[in-house]
Design a protein around this ligand. Sequence first.
Ligand code: ADP
Ligand code: ADP
Ligand code: MG
Length: 452
Amino acid sequence: MPAVKRLLVINRGEIAVRVIRAAKEMGITAIAVYSDADESSLAVRLADESVHIGGAHARKSYLNADALLAAAQQTGADAVHPGYGFLSENADFARAVVEAGLTWVGPDADTIARMGHKAQAIATAKAAGVPVVPGSDGLVATTDDALAAAARIGYPMLIKAAAGGGGRGIRIAGDDAELVAGITAAQQEAQAAFGDGGVYLERFIPRARHIEVQVVGDGTDAVHFFERDCSLQRRRQKIWEEAPAAILDEPTRDHLCASAVELARSVGYRGAGTIEFLYDPATREYFFIEMNTRIQVEHPITEEICGVDLIQLMLSVAQGDPLPVRQSDITRRGHAIEVRINAEDPARKFLPSPGTIDGLRWPAGPGVRIDTMAYDGYTIPPYYDSMIGKLIVWAPDRPAALARLRRALGETELGGPKTTLPFFATLLDQEAVVNNDFHTTWVENWLAAGPA
Ligand code: ADP
Ligand code: ADP
Ligand code: MG
């Protein structure tokens, strides 16, 4: 594969900015795409070149395969970075990019199809000897199939869309009646939301930690960059992430990371990926839940503890370079925390709060990193995900990282739209958070009890 010289970044927001920065440092020409709503975006301002791709609605722009391929041709791009969300895990699009003679910065289309389909990924993990959650072992087609599987799995269980993502396409069933009512509805919803009605069942693991391993492969070998704990979630979406997972002891961490590398190697993985697990601290068991065959929102905390640029690594392996590091060269240092800054009103059930930013002061100083598309005077459009950026802190240990996060939140001023920033200032001081004693539904329970 030829070296990447002109990279088309087919995403928006903070991840487009992040990829543009990485490309420029490598001497690669970074080309932004923008919809009608994003003409004044930071990505457009920071890119070397930019190209308009269509209407504000993602369907007409960031999800519009034909417009994106035309933009690549028009700008003479030789590679495409998809970021996360949108077309990043669309195997057909990845294939079309390669067929157009371009380099796709991600795993090959067959790997995306295999690992991006959640039921297929579970089968692949199982075959690689990685523990999985007790479940239906594949899709359930009919209510009778579901009931038969449920008798083995036990309640409560989750009905999960095979093509779901971003915390969407998951519902809980507490008994046979809920399962029967849920299965058809879940299939219909999945068909409407993801264009794929396939669903499968999984035992609900209570009080679990969400722990995920960052892997990078070059097609021949794969390495890990340790793990992240993303157990603080709202509606099954991560809102706060940490690296490393302070709950793990060293032998468990070794096993978990080795399992992830084993799985990546078993599919000849090329690119950056994340292997997600649920971890039960009571039994020290871990279970594979899914793989994301792309860069993730929370990748910066891994970059901070490992001193690596994951986007640049993605570009390297995409252009055919072998991994520049061996596992034994990869070390970690200190503790990093990321909080997702969403333009939402925590006082109104996190209702999206788009609008113009009026008065902005980001925090700075030692160990503080801001990945964002926001600038003073920027108007957050209403058409897309409400995440406008991430505040990332690094410190030598977890208590120091919490103190630094408190300090950084205190320095931040963002006028205009409501954001989750004040919410994090409250969350930070909760005993469970300070003591690292929480699980994937802890935030929901806490909110239901009525603070914030
Ligand atoms: P991460 O682990 O990187 O947080 P998420 O699963 O939260 O990954 O997804 C990252 C982004 O992509 C979010 O903005 C989310 O809304 C979006 N996303 C991911 N998968 C899908 C999907 N299948 N449909 C719609 N949006 C998705
Ligand atoms: P998505 O593709 O939307 O990211 P995941 O399968 O990664 O879906 O699950 C998202 C979140 O839902 C997990 O981080 C966890 O909080 C919860 N979850 C998923 N599977 C289970 C399970 N079997 N038991 C308990 N919680 C689960
Ligand atoms: Mg997930």
